[in-house]
Write a protein that binds this ligand. Structure first.
Ligand code: ZN
Ligand code: ZN
Ligand code: ZN
Length: 244
């Protein structure tokens, strides 16, 4: 007969004892963390009393606000007897630690949330370089604007290059055009759009031609400028045109 699992589990699976042990440790640490958090809150209250009336009051508040993100803003405001709005006004901006990745000027955080974002980006930058998120968060607004302008300029240059190339495609000898990578791409997308079937007789699995109905937009052909035809229909097409 099989013995009940609970009676023999520790004998056959001794690792379970280890797991129970670790679980106990976690519970103990959580209790300690909770106590520490309460102590932290009390310490902030005590500091509030010590700093009352001091010339350094704003410095103390700024330090708590920016250097100890674990300390709740409501604890600070209650311990120092100031409203959250006043607290934020005293705390001001944080610009003491992180620098713009491009110009080296201090990065300015206007809120704890913004500071956290910068901190995360900073720690990630050291691990996984070149992430867009990281770049954006570690760039000052001026450099960000500059960078955007550069991207735009680069984009405009690319666009211009593409347009020039299309003008070139329009006037180059037709044979040369048919050999161009651009035509190959246009041809392939036309075939794909037509489902790799002759657009007249609907046959597939045979060799297909892409026929120009008009050369007006050569290099910039749209779907209606072209038609996918099998060899037979293509011959008919040209025959018809010739017969006309
Ligand atoms: Zn910068
Ligand atoms: Zn056909
Ligand atoms: Zn043709």
């Amino acid at each position: 007969m099989k013995k009940p699992y609970n009676e023999i589990k520790l004998q056959i699976f001794p690792e379970i004892e280890h797991i129970i042990d670790i679980k106990r440790k976690i519970i103990t640490l959580e209790k300690i963390a909770k106590i520490a958090k309460e102590q932290l809150q009390h310490a902030v209250i005590t500091l509030g009393i010590q700093a009352d009336g001091s010339d350094y009051l704003p410095d103390v508040i700024r330090e708590l606000y920016w250097e100890y993100l674990d300390i709740n803003v409501t604890w600070i405001s209650e311990s120092f007897g100031i409203s959250l709005t006043e607290l934020r006004k005293i705390a001001g901006k944080f610009s003491d630690k992180y620098k713009c990745r491009l110009c080296g000027k201090p990065l300015i955080a206007k809120s704890r949330e913004a500071l956290r974002t910068i901190m995360i980006a900073y720690s990630r930058r050291n691990k996984e370089r070149g992430i867009d998120y990281t770049r954006a968060c570690l760039t000052c607004p001026e450099c960000q604007e500059q960078e955007e302008k550069e991207y735009e300029k680069e984009g405009a240059r690319d666009e211009e290059r593409r347009e020039n190339r299309k003008d070139e495609l329009k006037v180059m000898p037709y044979v040369q055009y048919l050999r161009s990578p651009e035509w190959k791409q246009i041809r392939n997308s036309q075939l794909a759009n037509a489902g790799h079937r002759c657009q007249v007789c609907n046959r597939n699995g045979i060799s297909l031609h892409v026929h120009h109905r008009t050369y007006e937009r050569r290099g910039r052909e749209n779907f209606k400028d072209l038609i996918v035809l099998c060899a037979e229909c293509h011959a008919l097409y040209h025959g018809k045109l010739v017969d006309k």
